[in-house]
Design a protein around this ligand. Structure first.
Ligand code: ZN
Length: 120
């Protein structure tokens, strides 16, 4: 990959990571405390749903954060934009659409075909 492109993705990924860490706080202790203070069962139930949602949201966010960090690490290592499966370069257009992708479109497509075949 060209230096100019690497620089572009590095800046893009760093910005993304910063934006991600500036989002809503994932403060579960707070949520648990509120739940315990609610005597009404209906409120408690909806509180639990909200907490589950918050956990789900934060897990997804953490997962994405890790993917971005890995991509930034790859840029440092000089392996960014190389498909983990076949070792070919991933198309720039694909990386621009999905900067944290680790596979070229061919490998991704065949993986998805396998996933569908096993009924997931
Ligand atoms: Zn590939």
């Amino acid at each position: 990959m060209k230096k100019k492109d690497l620089k572009y993705f590095k800046e893009h990924l760093q910005k993304w990571l910063t934006e991600l860490s500036q989002g809503d706080d994932c403060n579960f202790e707070n949520l648990v405390a509120t739940e315990e203070q609610l005597p009404d069962l209906v409120d408690r139930a909806s509180q639990t749903v909200e907490r589950n949602y918050a956990e789900h949201f934060c897990n997804r966010k953490n997962l994405l954060g890790r993917k971005i960090e890995k991509a930034l690490q790859d840029i440092e290592d000089g392996t960014y934009g190389i498909c983990e499966q076949c070792g070919d370069d991933i198309a720039i257009e694909r990386l621009k659409a999905r900067p944290v992708t680790r596979y070229c479109i061919d490998c991704k497509t065949s993986m998805e075909r396998v996933e569908r075949a096993v009924g997931r």
